[in-house]
Design a binder for this molecule. Structure first.
Ligand code: BGC
Length: 249
């Protein structure tokens, strides 16, 4: 059985679990720690290391989803975390701190990989988009099952800001939106993305994908929107999968 520790780092919580890649599921409890308020590298790496220790995982493989553009094992954006992450050698520093081999991928790309292999996107051809609705909006774009990484649809210009200012879960909470209001706002963002990419399917992930029956009635009928089958665990499962998929043996 192939077991990899999956870690999903968000701007609010840092979650982990041991993933069985055959089943595409967690085979341990899920541990969730608070992401430190400073959101700076030193503090966040300490919490990631605490997770590795909690699972007694030193020396063993770790796949990690992280809420920034990830290219060449470094971070290249910082929408909801401290700016000092930009240019940061994330893979190297976590390997040094936690003493394990690590693969790092954008958090939404990780969730997308999990849904394409074990969930709603299984065997789905054409263009598939997954959006995660949490502190921000994350995105993953697949063309015939192949990931186009780091798409950042949450940063698309929208009204006087970017899409994640209007339809993330944190926007819903901050503006005290009813489900109807939220459904309508999200519908505008979905229509915008649908107009650009004409996807076959849009999958919604993140904590509030569980509540989709509260707001899906406000979506245009032409949009083909489904909740992620792995719900909020997709990020952890996909991070572990990314380690296997992209780490050279
Ligand atoms: C970040 C993305 C991330 C998303 C979800 C956005 O603010 O720019 O990189 O995937 O939040 O965490």
């Amino acid at each position: 059985m192939e077991k990899i520790l999956g870690i999903d780092v968000g701007a609010t919580g840092t979650k982990g679990g041991i993933v069985d890649l055959k089943k595409g599921d967690l085979i341990s409890e899920k541990i969730k720690l608070r992401t430190p308020d400073s959101k700076k590298p030193g503090d966040m790496i300490e919490v990631i290391n605490q997770l590795v220790q909690a699972f007694e995982w030193e020396g063993k493989p770790v796949g990690m989803g992280f809420p920034t553009i990830i290219k060449d094992n470094k971070c290249w954006s910082a929408s909801n975390i401290d700016e000092s992450w930009i240019g940061f050698e994330i893979k190297r520093e976590i390997e040094l701190a936690a003493n394990c081999p690590v693969y790092v991928i954008n958090d939404a790309d990780a969730a997308g990989l999990a849904e394409m292999k074990y969930g709603k996107g299984y065997k789905q051809k054409g263009t598939v988009i997954l959006l995660t609705l949490g502190t921000g909006i994350g995105s993953a774009l697949f063309i015939n099952g192949k990931l186009v990484p780091n798409t950042e649809f949450g940063q698309l210009k929208f009204r006087d800001g970017v899409t994640e200012n209007f339809a993330s879960n944190s926007a819903r909470l901050a503006k005290n939106m009813s489900w109807e209001k939220f459904g309508n706002e999200l519908n505008e963002v979905l229509k915008y993305i649908d107009f650009i990419f004409s996807p076959q399917m849009i999958i919604l992930g993140g904590g509030i994908s569980k509540n989709m029956d509260m707001y899906q009635q406000y979506f245009d009928k032409e949009l083909n929107v489904y909740p992620a089958e792995k719900f909020n665990n997709a990020g952890i499962i996909g991070a572990a999968l990314a380690y296997k998929k992209y780490t050279k043996k």
